[in-house]
Ligand binder design. Structure first.
Ligand code: DOR
Length: 447
């Protein structure tokens, strides 16, 4: 099947150009195609922008084991609607993805269920080095250096040294120092004030763990990606990347701060916790000047009922995390409209940079031979986020009631249209992402 997308303003690696794109089967066949190139479908896209599909490199899709919160069908529907054509999913499911066998089971499940392309990290434990060295069909290794949802945790120095010394896959980590978090929690024991979440998972906890990880990465010369940076100070230390370090920020750490607990309560309880408006400002600045390369959501759905429980750290209570995968692109397009950043910058942070960090083959750019994972966006469309309209199984959003201008209107996965004007084609299936880890990551391919 050939599709000709005419007259869109296309986000090419060289910049925005009004041109025609020809898709042939799964691939981009021509950029600057003839206006009347033969095609089975011709789409007149004047006034719209064509972007590479978004690659979200940090999501929690809860299958297997936690499917009352989310599953690969509902989550990938949310992706299709949000313009996300590839996701890389975290290992804190039940069972955890900590062996090659479980990794392959997840991949097989996604092949039958996922409407968009997929990949799964393998999780580190204090004793699974053999699995970490045997895994190949994965973007990399995830370490919870501080614990979060679930019981994955590696914070013993010897175990961390061994992982960095003996594995070759790129590593990413949740950086919050476990000892600091525990000491703060003991000091604030018995609290039900959700604002204490940011005092327990405080600035120091994030900084200590990020510095510790960078030290491991530098000494072992190991590629390392700092997940969900939440403080301006971390953004400063990751600037010294030495060709090894990349970093990411989540929309919630750009748009919410500790001031939002009063309005949103446990809906904005997440790990790492919210910090100050000054951190918001500094994280934005770090994105704009390139110290942080990637935007990812950390989509972490919990049911509305779970989130309505009182804040009660260490004693059950409201869990940490929020859903975001279907709104992240719109949130950023709205910022383009507000003049805070440009469309090519958004494409870099959400498409090209994650593809390069994780060595994804054929993804992240509109270029001949690349996969036809595409999203057509209408920068003039205004719509309001509503709980009831969310595709995520938990059916709520911390941005409920927020009007945004700039929305995805059509999404293609490998040349197949999976989303069009509010309708999702749930017969479409994505495919397992392919990694060329020999290529060497973000810094080896220019910037
Ligand atoms: O808030 C969070 N929730 N942060 C994480 O790192 C994990 C996530 C989850 O899985 O719920």
């Amino acid at each position: 099947m050939k599709i000709l997308i005419q007259d869109a303003t296309v986000a090419l690696p060289t910049g925005l150009v009004q041109t025609n794109i020809l898709v042939d089967g799964e691939r981009i066949a021509a950029v600057d195609a003839a206006a009347h190139a033969a095609a089975d479908e011709v789409i007149s896209a004047r006034g719209l922008h064509l972007l590479p599909g978004v690659i979200d490199d940090q999501v929690h899709f809860r299958e297997p084991g936690l499917t009352h919160k989310e599953d690969l069908t509902t989550a990938s529907r949310a992706c299709a609607k949000g313009g996300v054509t590839t996701y890389l999913e975290m290992p804190n499911t039940n069972p955890t993805t900590t062996t090659v066998e479980r990794l392959h089971e997840k991949l097989a499940l996604a092949a039958t269920k996922s409407l968009v392309n997929f990949g799964f990290y393998i999780g580190a434990t204090p004793g699974n080095l053999e699995e970490l060295t045997a895994a190949t069909r994965t973007p990399g290794i995830k370490i919870f250096i501080g614990s979060s949802t679930g019981d994955l945790l590696v914070d013993e120095q010897a175990a961390l040294e061994a992982i960095f010394a003996e594995t070759t896959l790129p590593i990413c980590a949740h950086c919050e120092d476990e000892a600091t978090v525990r000491a703060n929690a003991a000091r604030l024991a018995g609290t039900h004030d959700v604002a204490d979440h940011s005092r327990i998972r405080d600035h120091a906890a994030a900084m200590i763990a990020t510095r510790r990880s960078l030290d491991l990465a530098f000494r072992h010369q190991h590629r390392f990606h700092v997940l969900h940076v939440s403080t301006g100070d971390e953004a400063d230390v990751v600037a010294d990347h030495r060709g090894l370090i990349t970093a990411e920020v989540c929309p919630h750490h750009l748009f919410f701060s500790i001031d939002d607990y009063a309005r949103l309560g446990t809906l904005v309880q997440m790990n790492p916790s919210l910090k100050t408006t000054d951190d918001n400002r500094r994280l934005w600045q770090a994105l704009l000047d390139g110290r942080i390369q990637v935007i990812a959501t950390d989509h972490a759905p919990h049911t509305w009922e779970e989130k309505q429980q009182p804040y009660s750290p260490g004693h059950g209570g409201s869990p940490s995390g929020l859903p975001a995968v279907e709104n992240s692109l719109a949130l950023m397009l709205n910022e383009v409209n507000r003049g805070r950043c440009t469309l090519p910058q958004v494409v870099h942070w959400m498409c090209d940079a994650p593809a390069r960090v994780w060595d994804l083959v054929g993804k992240g750019r509109i270029e001949v031979g690349y996969d036809a994972d595409l999203v057509l966006v209408d920068l003039a469309k205004t719509a309001t986020i509503r709980h009831a309209e969310q595709e995520t199984k938990c059916r709520w959003s911390p941005w409920d009631g927020t009007a945004l201008t700039g929305w995805p209107v059509r999404t293609w996965v490998l040349g197949q249209e999976v989303f069009r004007d509010g309708k999702i084609d749930d017969t479409i299936r994505g495919r397992e992402a392919i990694y060329d880890h020999v290529r060497g990551g973000y810094w080896k391919t220019g910037d």
